[in-house]
Ligand binder design. Sequence first.
Ligand SMILES: Cc1cc2nc3c(=O)[nH]c(=O)nc-3n(C[C@H](O)[C@H](O)[C@H](O)COP(=O)(O)O)c2cc1C
Length: 351
Amino acid sequence: MHTTQTMPLITNQDIRFSVAPMMDWTDRHCRYFHRLLSRRARLYTEMLTTGAVIHGDRARLMAFDPFEQPVAMQLGGAEPAALAKSAVIVEKFGYAEVNLNVGCPSDRVQNGAFGACLMREPALVGDCVKAMKDAVAIPVTVKCRIGVDDQEEHALFALAEACVESGADALFVHARKAWLKGLSPKENRDVPPLDYPLVHRLKHALPDVPIAINGGLTRMAEMQEQLQFVDGVMIGRAAYHDPTLLLEVDPCLFGEPAPAADLFEAVDAFLPYVERQLASGERLAAITRHLLGLFAGMPGARSFRRRLALEAVKPGAGIETLLEAVDEVRAARTRFAGAANLEGAEPAETA
Ligand SMILES: Cc1cc2nc3c(=O)[nH]c(=O)nc-3n(C[C@H](O)[C@H](O)[C@H](O)COP(=O)(O)O)c2cc1C
């Protein structure tokens, strides 16, 4: 297999660590908070269809804060012309990269004949990538599965080859198949077995192409192990549910200090952004919903979550609601430390 790339727009360092695109989760508020935990993580938007980019309310759907950079927008679509047009809009908005979704298995997406079902159409995916490459100067990348349904190993290689020959700048491979009939999208993220060695073989076959692996990685040690075989790790659910993981990224994967000493410091650094968003009419809950799992496992986590869940949704809820919720954790931590001094360690709240 050969590549037509000469000057890569994306280096292996650029994709060494990324937070996966997640619908309803990795919106701009979530990404801003993640950026406070890692300067080096590459961040991905939720998937946006070409229809939404071309005809939708772009200011609402695509606006982001420059602080989030580097941030990539993921597109859903299967028509080269529409993808090219959308990619131009993505570039004009200032995104660092445009990524094509070849992995989403939902029915809605299948009806539109894009997402994971494109694993069966490498030539079309190649045409899509080429159309986008011809239209923009930012990197064009693809996120795919290892296959769908009963496809064999060569399906991934055919897809990857089509992408690379059309100029794709990097590939992100979710290391499990999508089973298009009978599984919900959620089940399709857990049930089909992971096959990391297949992605390692792909990297071996395409040594010059930046390739990141995705799926099921939750701990830093696992990520470091994967980086012996591929150029990058892309983390989805674990990064969302356990953002402390992101505090480890810069020190452990880039040899640089983390931007915040701990979650408390990160939340403090988040406050001016939250205030700006509230002032511009955003609801507190739209922002704090991404923080609900923040202190999981620490004393006071349950009170933090409960207070945010009950109070932040109230009309007019302001920054003090977030501050009071954090104070619950601080107070519980002090109580816990006091009790531990008196009686020895006691178990943290875990629910
Ligand atoms: C709530 C949710 C929404 C998702 N939305 C997208 C999406 O819009 N585009 C996409 O390519 N993958 C999407 N995914 C899949 C993730 O990007 C990722 O491939 C998958 O969760 C496996 O990685 P993980 O085990 O690290 O979570 C989504 C996953 C979740 C949990």
